[in-house]
Design a protein around this ligand. Structure first.
Ligand SMILES: [Zn+2]
Ligand SMILES: [Zn+2]
Length: 175
C-alpha cells in the first residue's frame, strides 16, 4: 500500500488487507487509541442511491467540503479531509484565498438507520502513483509528498449503536 498522506498520519492506521501501491485503506483511530468518533461535516446533505450522504456545502455563495472525526475518547477533532487543503486540488493546486476562508461550523452526522452519532470508520485513498505525481505536479513539489496529491478520498462508516455499515458515505474526487 501507499504511505499515509501527511495530514492523516496521527489519526488513521493502515489495514493489513493491502491494496495496490497507489492506494491506501486505513482505519480511523485517534492518537489516544480510540476508534469511535462523531463525524463532523458542514451540515448539508444530498440524496444518492436512495440515501442521504454529506454533500459539498454552499454557504453564502461559497463552497466547502470538510470532515472531522471528533474523538469520543479524548475530544480531539481530527481533520480527515478538507477539499481546500488536501488531495490534488487542495494540495497541488492549492489556492491560498480559498484556504484562508473561515471554515463553516460543523455538525455531527447521524446514522440514517437509528440516529446514532458514534461511528467507526475506514478511509480509502486513491492516487495515480508516485511517477504520475512527479510528472504532473511540477518541480516545486517534493517527490516524497506524492501521497498528499491523492485523487480520491472515500469514507465508510459503521454505526456503533446499531451496527449498520455505510460504504462510501463519502466518496470525493479531488481533481
Ligand atoms: Zn482521542
Ligand atoms: Zn445506527
Amino acid at each position: 500500500m501507499m504511505p499515509v498522506p501527511t495530514h492523516l498520519i496521527d489519526c488513521v492506521v493502515p489495514l493489513e488487507s493491502g491494496l495496490d501501491q497507489a492506494s491506501l485503506k486505513a482505519a480511523v483511530r485517534c492518537s489516544c487509541s480510540s476508534v469511535q468518533f462523531r463525524l463532523l461535516f458542514p451540515g448539508q446533505a444530498q440524496e444518492h442511491e436512495g440515501r442521504q450522504i454529506p454533500s459539498t456545502a454552499k454557504i453564502g455563495g461559497q463552497f466547502f467540503f470538510l470532515l472531522k472525526a471528533h474523538c469520543t475518547g479524548c475530544g480531539r477533532k481530527n481533520l480527515l479531509f478538507d477539499a481546500d487543503f488536501h488531495g490534488w486540488n487542495g494540495f497541488v493546486c492549492h489556492e491560498p484565498e480559498m484556504a484562508a476562508r473561515t471554515r463553516p461550523p460543523l455538525v455531527p452526522w447521524a446514522c440514517q438507520s437509528c440516529g446514532g452519532l458514534h461511528h467507526t470508520g475506514i478511509v480509502t485513498i486513491s492516487t495515480e502513483g508516485r511517477e504520475d505525481f512527479v510528472a504532473e505536479a511540477g518541480d516545486e513539489f517534493d517527490p516524497e509528498r506524492w501521497p498528499d496529491g491523492f485523487g480520491w478520498f472515500a469514507l465508510d462508516v459503521t454505526c456503533v449503536q446499531c451496527g449498520v455499515m455505510t460504504k462510501d458515505l463519502v466518496s470525493y474526487e479531488t481533481m
